[in-house]
Design a binder for this molecule. Sequence first.
Ligand SMILES: NC(=O)c1ccc[n+]([C@@H]2O[C@H](COP(=O)([O-])OP(=O)(O)OC[C@H]3O[C@@H](n4cnc5c(N)ncnc54)[C@H](O)[C@@H]3O)[C@@H](O)[C@H]2O)c1
Length: 260
Amino acid sequence: MTDLSGRTALVTGGAQGLGEGMARALAAAGAKVAVADLQDDQGAKVAESIGGAFVHLDVTDEASWDAGVAAAVDAVGGLDVLVNNAGVEITSLITELDPADVKKMLEVNVLGTSLGLKHGLRTMRPGGAAGNGGVIINVASVAATIAFPGIAVYSATKSAVDRLTRVAAMESGQLGYGVRVNCVYPGLVPTEMGAGLANDVAQLGLFESPEAAVAGVVELTPSGRLGTVQDIADAVVFLASDQAAFVNGVGLPVDGGMGM
Ligand SMILES: NC(=O)c1ccc[n+]([C@@H]2O[C@H](COP(=O)([O-])OP(=O)(O)OC[C@H]3O[C@@H](n4cnc5c(N)ncnc54)[C@H](O)[C@@H]3O)[C@@H](O)[C@H]2O)c1
């Protein structure tokens, strides 16, 4: 069992879905966890159930990062692990793209992750408010590694998360921050987002039904099933732990082989 006792963590988008699972798994491994989200009631419930703290944090907003990270460091006693998990997916054929949707995905997935890296590194590096180094885990997607219809812009934003991860690891190493930076590429998990995607691609006529879309994904997956919240959370706990002490600047597929 991985032991994270004595460690502190912050998970963005931690009120539901994969982020909630990551917050629960980090807490189960012994970490004190700050759950950060736009959804105050739901986020506070999750935080309370794991003996952690809730902070309101909009990842697209710089002032919100300033206040949210300070509140989290105060509430859980530091920052050793940051998971940049918050993300949005808006399904569309390329020919039907709405600029507002494109901007929304760029804002949450790319700007949000960039600001998370900025504030995480500043907080964890020597002299920062936490200052002991640590680990940042970004949540990309199998969509960054394959072509799947209906999610062109989402995939582009997740490829951006992948590249942000590599450069952040390089800068952190070169400048002596003592922070490892990695990302995960989750496969399809039937959270609100994952189930919504299956419905959307069926609606667009790309598959006969949501069930056919899921079957299509499973067929492309050597492990022969969808992912679970626990599958992704376990990988995040591993990357957060000292067992991954020499794992840096990589993307870990957690997709049953779909992206190979
Ligand atoms: N579910 C999947 O199949 C899947 C697969 C690969 C990658 N991912 C990625 O995993 C992450 C979590 O996905 P999920 O399935 O749990 O999604 P979800 O929609 O169920 O949950 C997303 C959470 O992020 C929060 N959020 C959204 N915008 C935010 C903002 N501006 N600031 C703070 N919080 C914000 C939401 O309130 C919500 O709690 C996302 O980055 C997603 O792209 C999901």
